[in-house]
Every structure is written in C-alpha cells, then in structure tokens.
Design a binder for this molecule. Structure first.
Ligand code: PLP
Length: 449
C-alpha cells in the first residue's frame, strides 16, 4: 500500500469531518469541566480530534448533534446490540420508573427470577446473580473462584479484554512469560503476582501455566473479540476444558461480546460447559446490567462456606446491583428483543456483511481478512486471520483504521471506534449493510487508485 497516499487521504477525511461537524466540535471545545473533555476518558478514542455528540437514536440508526444520520454498526460496542431504545424495553422501563415507580429500592423484584431462568435456558448454568457491568461480574466471579479453590491466580489470554479487571492486564512477553500490559494505569501490584497468561489457541502454553497448580480460574472469551475477532481452532476449547478440569482450575466464559454467537452465546451455540459464565452490556437493552451464572456444584460449595461474607462487606456486591430497573429492562430485552429468532436474522445480516467485505478483499487481493461470530464481524489487516492475541495485535494499523473509520463516518456509517467491528441488531436491515458495502468499496478503491 502507498503510505503517502494513505496519509493524504486521511488528512482529507479529517478536514471533511471537521467541516461537517461544527456543533460536535463546539460542544467538545466547551467541555471545560470534564476530565479529558469527555464523560469517560475512552471517548477520546476517535480519529479526528473530537468525538461525534449523540442527539438521538432509534433502532439501527443514530443522529449526531449536527443532524447527520448514521447506520450504527458500533451499537455502543455491544451495549446496544438490541438496537437503540427498542419498544419493549422502553415500555418496561417506563412502567417500572414512571407507572410503578422504584428504580432501586434494595428489594428484589420478580423479574430477577424470570431473567435467571431465561439465562439458565440459554447458557445452561443454574444459579445467577447480577451486577451493573460486566467488569463487576468478572471481578466477583474471580473472588468466588479464589475463595472456593484457595488459589491466588487467574489466567487470561494475551491481549484479552474483560473490562477494567486488574488481573487481566497481562500479556505474553518475549520469553513466553507474563508481563504487565503496556499502559496499565496504577496497577495495585506486579500483575504476575495475581495472574498468569497464555496465548489463545495455545493449549500447550495453557498446560504449562496450569501445571504450577496456583490458578483459581481461567477467565476467557470463547473467541477473542477485543483484538479483532480471533476464532478458536478445532479442539482448542475442548482442550481448555479438559486441562482446567485436570488441574482443578475453574473455567469462566466471559460472554459479554461473544453473546453475538447466538441466544446463549458461544456457550450455548458450541455446547460448552464452563463453571461460570459472565455477561453484561447487551442483555439490558441499553440499561446497565451484568450477571454471572454458577454451576450447581460451585454455587453449593460457596453457600456452604460460612466464613465468606456474601451479605455485607465481603467484596462481592454493589448497592445498585440487581436493581428493579435493570432487571425490568433485561427481562424485556430477553423476552421480546434478543430472542432466538432475532439472532437468526442478525447472523444472516452479519454473513451478508462478511460476504461483501470478502468480495472487496479478494477483488483487490488485499492482505486482509474478515471473521464473523454470529451477529458480529470484523476485518483485520492480516491474511490468514490471526490465530492468537499477539499476532492480531501486530496486525493493527492505526492510520489505516483511522482512514476507514473517518471515510465511513463522513458518509453515514459508524464502526466501533476500537478496531473494525460491525455488529447487527434486530433492527438492522439489509439496506444498512449494503450502505456499508458501498462506502467500504469506494474507500478501498480510492486508497488503491
Ligand atoms: C469481553 C468483555 N468483558 C467485559 C467487558 C466490560 O464490560 P463493561 O464495560 O460493561 O464493564 C467488556 C467490554 O468491552 C468485554 O468486551
């Protein structure tokens, strides 16, 4: 690829973005009282100096402060996989908040048991508990795993993301052992004291690490989704399960993003048998919620331990966790929006997206690839597709990503600002996908002209 052409085109797209979005630019310039000018510092991950501000959103589209309409393939990086403000969720939230009243009251509602039963149907785990974020679901699952195994460490895959979980900020270093992930903010201690790490798709590396006998739990996504999509090779997930069983280590499947694989995520779609499932984001239809599900044996072993304070200040819990509003929204999402039949349609659209991108990649013989995981697809600048986190990290190309993101945004399509992920909601249409195809095709053609 001609890098100087890429730089010139990127500058052109940046200029165009700045000219198109004066209101977003002004709102950002005025935001003197926000740390980094944004409500959360990651919102500074954008390609042209300031983020687009949200005006409104419905279904698969968002409208920004300057009035531009976008096909939203970012969908809140999965938090809005149900589509924006689906009717069933809006009605359930309105009923709870306005009609009945009581968003949070430190009292359970009957929605919780309905949601628990539905999550059991989908993921197989029989006992569920709720948080407000997937990060917290992971933190609490880790605590429970440590308590029940009496072991200090957690093992994750290199270049994983499980939220802001201290133990997960570790990557495989040059000598094959774990080192702190660069940029780790204020680590409480050397991460190798709390964690071990293995590459995804490397059962031998996992076996070597588990042989130390100090790993309470493997925390993993059944397919990596936060460093591009890295799919498991045949036999790898079976090897993970048998190795974890052999070494007395619990297996936590984090399905927060891999929920895209189907109504029960990869666990349901691929018949996996983890000891714990963690999840969050999409299941609340946009309202904050997270959850963890436990096997019967694990739930019983924890509840049998009267030395563990699960009721007061033992480190597992949050006052707003399990609140009435979150669970009303989650029930509505699972009952009426992210249904089994909705997943079939979302997956078909992601296949349409994947096929179209593949056609462009092949037409130009680009050294790129695209992976699909149910309703989610992502292109990556490597071919064949990377098989682990480290090689996928090496395939990043910030300038190229910025160009594609801006080219698409300037023509009405949003990808997730982190890498090149596109997600389908039940409200996404074939026309939405085809809009991306059209713009992506010209973005590539201009780059190679
Ligand atoms: C796999 C995975 N787990 C956990 C999280 C954290 O979710 P939250 O931001 O809701 O805490 C994320 C966020 O992207 C994720 O991708």
């Amino acid at each position: 690829m001609d890098r100087s052409r890429l730089s010139t085109l990127l500058e052109r797209e940046r200029d165009s973005y700045v000219r198109r979005n004066p209101r977003s630019a002004a709102a950002y310039a005025k935001a003197e009282h926000l740390f980094g000018r944004v409500p959360m510092t990651w919102m500074n991950k954008q390609a042209a100096g300031f983020p687009l501000y949200l005006e409104s959103a419905r279904g698969s589209h968002v409208v920004d402060l300057d009035g531009h309409d976008y096909v939203d393939l970012c969908l809140g990086d999965t938090g809005a996989m149900a589509g924006h403000s689906p009717t069933a969720v809006t009605e359930a939230v309105t009923r709870r908040l306005a009609s009945l009243g009581g968003a949070t009251a430190m009292m359970p509602t009957e929605d919780a048991e309905w949601v628990g039963a539905e999550l059991t149907r989908r993921f197989g785990l029989p006992k569920w508990s709720f948080s407000l974020t997937a990060t917290d679901a992971n933190r609490w699952a880790i605590r429970l795993a440590r308590a029940v195994t009496g072991r200090p460490k957690v093992l994750v895959n290199s270049f994983c993301y499980h939220g802001s979980v201290d133990e997960s900020l570790i990557i495989v270093g040059e000598d094959g052992e774990g080192v702190s992930r660069p940029g780790n903010v204020g680590a409480p201690c050397d991460v190798t004291l709390t964690s071990r790490v293995a590459e995804f798709n490397d059962a031998d590396g996992l076996a070597r690490q588990l042989a130390h006998g100090d790993v309470a739990a493997v925390l993993m996504e059944p397919a990596l989704t936060n460093i591009g999509i890295v799919l498991p090779e045949p036999g790898y997930l079976d090897a993970v399960r048998s190795l974890t069983r052999r070494h007395g280590t619990l297996l936590i499947n984090d399905e927060t993003h891999t929920f895209s694989a189907g109504p029960g995520g990869c666990t349901g779609a691929w018949g996996l048998a983890p000891d714990i499932v963690t999840i969050g984001k999409a299941m609340g239809g946009g309202v904050p919620v997270g959850a963890y599900g436990l096997s019967a044996a694990l739930a019983a072993a924890i509840l049998d331990r009267d030395d563990l304070d699960l009721v007061d200040m033992g480190g597992v819990g949050g006052t707003l966790a399990g609140n009435a509003l979150s669970l009303a929204a989650t029930r509505a999402t699972l009952e009426h929006v992210l249904t089994d039949s909705a997943f079939a349609g979302m997956t078909a659209l992601a296949t349409r997206f994947t096929d179209a991108v593949t056609t462009v990649i092949e037409a130009h013989d680009l050294p790129w690839s695209i992976n699909q995981l149910g309703a989610r697809a992502e292109y990556r600048f490597a071919r064949p597709a990377p098989r682990d986190g480290t090689s996928s990290a090496r395939a990043s190309d910030g300038e190229l990503e910025d160009y594609l993101h801006l080219y698409l945004a300037n023509r009405g399509v949003l990808l997730t600002p982190f890498h090149n992920m596109a997600l389908m909601s039940p409200a996404t249409t074939a026309a939405d996908v085809d809009h991306h195809t059209e713009v992506f095709t010209t973005a590539v053609a201009e780059l190679l002209a």
